[in-house]
Ligand binder design. Structure first.
Ligand code: ADQ
Length: 771
């Protein structure tokens, strides 16, 4: 510390002293010159005065030719210590009278004009002298010239003194300035260090404390809100947000156990698959298929469903070209598969195989709509919609899980494929596959939240579900919070051994690794010729019949009660109430893809959403203006991008959401680094996107204020927030999500290979009777 202080002082003082020395070096001669001119002017005036005093008696003495008196007068005048010599010349230039000290070299000194350019200074052997000559007049006639010579050596002495004092002054000044600078520098340095330390403590400790709290708490409501950036000391304000972003990146990495600097993209994922899982078959199982063939009057059309799961897994499948097993739900799906129920996708550039599984209406009703969506979905989301459990649904769920497990087994080319099981539709499938393919690496990813043990406990088949899931080699959740809830649930209802450190559950003879793998999106490539943000703004406003400067909010969701669409509309309404200047200036566009429409709960929800939009519109509309535009239909990716780019604000207000990819999609489209994201604290995304305006969607005023704040947020603040979020979404992309799971799988497979080699070696030894 001492050494650092000394270093710091030297760093400040050395340049300071150099500057002062330089200043002294140039200032000294100038000062000397200045004081000299000053003294010369004084002596000039003095010489004039003396000359005028001597003029009258001298004229009288000259006219009376009184030589003695003249000499006497000169001698008396000479008594003056500054006057070095006096002389008098007649008009012909002959030196008639002079004191003994009169320098011969001066002669009669012809320069008499006061403003003459010639210097009055003459350097003699004995030192510098000042010469002044004036005419002695008798009427119009000149009697001669009186020459006064003043000693100037005192000026040199004074100048030397001044120099000495100045030097002293500079030294003192340098000392004082250095002292003050060092003190100020030290205070600033300490302020800066304390500011950073304080910020680090605040960023790290409360988060740790929060983590502890959240680990101890349960349920969606206990899911703690990420904090907004706090005030920091002014000293570190300019770098505070960068520092925070770095800290959060680091913390996130720590939380997800992934402290690395790897960049993930399709190539790194492919490289991983080729290197660590070379020759291993990858199978994906999900309920929803990535491409739906639909019969229309204009022929078969291909649709891409609105689903976060599909968005994420599709990116992985493109990179690894495996087989995706899913329910063939499209009206033209059967017409587009081959005899093995296979179809190559994506249609525009086939790179992997889609294997379709067919379900009867009863199976779909019981397994998908019934147990999965009326039972598990509300059970896991805790969004105040009661789960419904029926034995008939459960029976279908078991049956369909077995159907899909059979499809996996049929598609497997070896006894140890890598199987990626997606979501809550297939909780039983891992155990079913494991029963036939014990060496398979089964990675199950749970895309929705996992509730606390008490909430999960109301499921009549809770043990069966947990047992089914623990057939997985790796079990993934979006957040450490959901992972913790799962471990607590297992602990509560099954006989297991949980190793929290290693994040493993030991159940029977099997080990399941349970880890958080936050999902993300594929960072979009630049699309050549894609309209820029101003063009998107203009296009959407024109399409909606709105003026150019009209403010726009956007929401994109499936029409699901967990997405908080009602609360979002209520926040819009409240904002218009609180800030009437926004009426007529702001419109919220809600794009909502209908989903699970055959369920009562979803039909009721859609009716509520429509009725609420209608009521708010009736209340605030005037002329052609409406505050809410509800587009309850599926939109393609390009249309969504255009809307995201056209909007001032994107609102994601889920009541509970595993991750929420819409938030990340919005961020990815905003290459102009503008636009504000309002994000529910109950989304997994809120654990990563700290720079969004984080809200509690249940609190309508908070939502309204956030909306108003977003609409008025200065461009530089938007840029700061957006830039940081873009960096994170770009780096923490879907390839990383998949890559980290596959990396873990590869590691476990390698370990298993080594273990079986050792086993077979020792069996060999036993067989050969070796000791
Ligand atoms: P979802 O509940 O479907 O996903 P989300 O993550 O927001 O929720 O993904 C929705 C996807 O559908 C996005 O890609 C979005 O663009 C798209 N989409 C939404 N509305 C659309 C529309 N009208 N037209 C076209 N596309 C639309 C589940 C979990 C989430 C988790 C994901 C991924 O509920 O918490 O983030 O899986 O794991």
């Amino acid at each position: 510390m001492q050494l650092r202080s000394a270093n710091l002082s030297i760093r400040f003082i050395v340049p300071l002293l150099c500057v002062l020395a330089l200043f002294g070096y140039f200032a000294m001669p100038w000062m000397e010159n200045f004081t000299m001119r000053w003294f010369v002017r004084d002596v000039d005036m003095r010489a004039q005065l003396v000359s005028r005093t001597l003029q009258l008696p001298l004229r009288n003495y000259l006219e009376d030719n009184e030589v003695d008196r003249i000499n006497d007068m000169f001698d008396r005048a000479f008594q003056d210590e500054r006057l070095y010599a006096l002389g008098f010349c007649d008009p012909s230039g002959k030196l008639l009278y002079k004191t003994a000290t009169y320098p011969a070299s001066i002669g009669c000194w012809r320069t008499t004009q006061p403003n003459a350019k010639d210097s009055p200074l003459v350097r003699l052997e004995q030192g510098p002298v000042h010469v002044y000559a004036s005419e002695v007049m008798a009427g119009e006639q000149s009697l001669g010239r009186l020459v006064l010579v003043h000693d100037m050596s005192f000026i040199e002495r004074r100048s030397a003194d001044t120099k000495k004092y100045l030097l002293g002054l500079f030294v003192v000044l340098a000392g004082v300035v250095s002292f003050i600078t060092v003190i100020v520098a030290h205070l600033s340095w300490h302020g800066w260090v304390n500011g950073v330390r304080d910020m680090l403590q605040r960023e790290l400790s409360p988060r740790a404390a929060r983590r502890k709290r959240s680990d101890g708490a349960s349920g969606a409501a206990a899911n703690p809100a990420p904090e907004q950036p706090r005030e920091v000391a002014a000293d570190i304000a300019p770098i505070a947000s960068d520092l925070r972003a770095l800290l959060r990146d680091y913390q996130h990495e720590l939380q997800t156990g992934n402290v690395d600097t790897e960049v993930w993209n399709p190539d790194t994922l492919k490289a991983l698959l080729n290197k660590d899982l070379a020759g291993d078959q990858i199978l994906v199982v999900s309920n929803r298929e990535p491409y739906i063939h639909v019969a229309t009057p204009d022929g078969v059309k291909v649709q891409r469903p609105a689903s976060g799961l599909v968005t994420a897994v599709e990116a992985v499948m493109r990179a690894c070209s495996g087989t995706w097993i899913a329910h063939g739900a499209g009206s033209a799906d059967r017409d587009t598969v081959d005899s093995n129920d296979h179809v190559r996708v994506p249609p525009e550039q086939p790179s992997y195989t889609l294997r379709r599984v067919w379900l009867s209406k009863e199976e779909e009703a019981g397994y998908y709509y019934g147990f999965a969506n009326e039972g598990l979905w509300p059970l896991c989301h805790i969004a105040h919609v009661r789960p419904v459990f029926r034995s008939s649904d459960w029976a279908e769920y078991v049956k369909v899980n077995q159907r899909f497990a059979d499809a996996v087994i049929a598609e497997a080319r070896s006894d140890n494929p890598v199987v990626l099981v997606q979501d809550y539709h297939f909780a039983l499938l891992p155990r079913m596959v494991r029963a036939v393919l014990p060496k398979a690496t089964i990675i199950t990813f749970w895309h929705i939240p996992w509730p606390n043990p008490e909430s999960f406990g109301i499921c009549p088949w809770r043990e069966e579900i947990l047992d089914g899931m623990l057939g997985s080699t790796i079990l993934g959740f979006h957040t450490p919070f959901h992972r913790k809830n799962f471990l607590d649930t297992v602990d509560r209802y099954l006989e297991t051994r949980i190793e929290d450190e290693a994040s493993t559950v030991s159940y029977g003879n099997e080990l399941t690794q349970v880890k958080p793998y936050p999902i993300s999106i594929a960072w979009p490539d630049e699309v050549p010729g894609e309209p820029d943000v101003p063009a998107c703004r203009a296009e959407i406003r024109k399409a909606l019949g709105l003026p150019d400067e009209h403010l726009l909010g956007i929401g994109v969701d499936r029409l699901d009660y967990t997405k908080g669409i009602v609360e979002r509309f209520q926040a819009v309404e409240r904002m218009l109430e609180l800030y009437p200047e926004m009426v007529g200036r702001f419109t919220f566009v809600q794009i909502a893809a209908p989903t699970r429409s055959s369920l009562d709960e979803y039909q009721n929800f859609e009716s509520r959403v429509r009725a609420l939009a209608q009521r708010i519109n009736t209340r605030f509309s005037s002329g052609s203006y409406v505050p809410i535009i509800l587009k309850a239909e599926h939109h393609d990716q390009k249309q969504l991008r255009t809307y995201f780019r056209a909007a001032e604000v994107c609102s994601v207000t889920s009541l509970h959401d595993g991750m929420n990819l819409v938030a990340k999609e919005f961020i990815a489209t905003r290459d102009d680094e503008q636009g504000v994201l309002i994000l529910s604290q109950f989304t997994g995304a809120a654990r990563e996107l700290y720079e969004a305006l984080i809200v509690n969607p249940y609190h309508i005023e908070e939502g309204a204020e956030a909306l108003y704040r977003a609409l008025r947020m200065p461009a530089d603040e938007q840029r700061e927030r957006m830039r940081s979020m873009r960096r994170r979404v770009r780096d923490f992309n879907v390839y990383r999500w998949a890559g980290r799971m596959l990396q873990d799988a590869a590691r476990l497979r390698q370990r298993e290979r080594v273990r079986s080699r050792i086993m077979s070696l020792s069996q060999d030894r036993v067989r050969k009777g070796a000791p």
